[in-house]
Design a protein around this ligand. Structure first.
Ligand SMILES: Cc1cc2nc3c(=O)[nH]c(=O)nc-3n(C[C@H](O)[C@H](O)[C@H](O)COP(=O)(O)O)c2cc1C
Length: 162
């Protein structure tokens, strides 16, 4: 299958997560590409779509929100999953964090098949306020390749059943 991972990312953390997701699909024999939502264009011709966005101050990344709204009609007709990249701790590893309200609304809009929150990334030298202040105490990389592979395997199993 051909799979698009579209992402909204401010400081490359979610971009890297989207690449990890695409790579995990490729390992399972799919064709998968990760593209910035801002330039991805319509998701026509893909067999499945993942939309990933970082959380900032409780909000899903604007590029992800806009892209989902712009292409809601195609996404409703395509198996779609939404992803959040956020917590700067290991709380996402349980796989049980619920979608934030903006993501829950986006899931309704496109009849998404599922959602996952993955741990986030913040570089110690992050620039700009308040990221630089946060980075003093909370920098690190909580993107977990094993968590990504497990989730992608579960999506793959659902796709096989469609
Ligand atoms: C200013 C700022 C606000 C953030 N707010 C939240 C938040 O409300 N909830 C959360 O889970 N993570 C929050 N994070 C963590 C980010 O979601 C995490 O660093 C993410 O991986 C960033 O992705 P990006 O580099 O693609 O933008 C915040 C990070 C920054 C720098």
């Amino acid at each position: 299958m051909t799979i698009l991972v579209a992402y909204g990312s401010s400081r490359h953390g979610t971009a890297g997560l989207a690449e990890m997701i695409a790579e995990a699909f490729v390992r399972l024999g799919h064709e998968a590409v990760a593209l910035p939502a801002r330039t991805a264009g319509p998701p026509a011709g893909y067999d499945a779509v993942v939309v990933a966005g970082s959380i900032s101050a409780g909000r899903w990344h604007r590029d992800a929100r806009r892209w989902v709204r712009s292409h809601a009609q195609i996404l409703r007709a395509t198996p779609t999953w939404l992803v959040t990249s956020g917590p700067l701790d290991d709380s996402a590893r349980s796989g049980a964090l619920p979608p934030i309200p903006q993501v829950a609304s986006a899931m309704d809009l496109v009849a998404a098949r599922g959602h996952m929150t993955f741990g986030g990334f913040l570089a110690p030298d992050a620039r700009g306020f308040p990221a630089s202040a946060m980075a003093r105490t909370r920098s690190g990389d909580w993107r977990d390749p094993e968590h990504v592979r497990e989730w992608v395997a579960s999506v793959d199993a659902e796709l096989s059943a469609i």
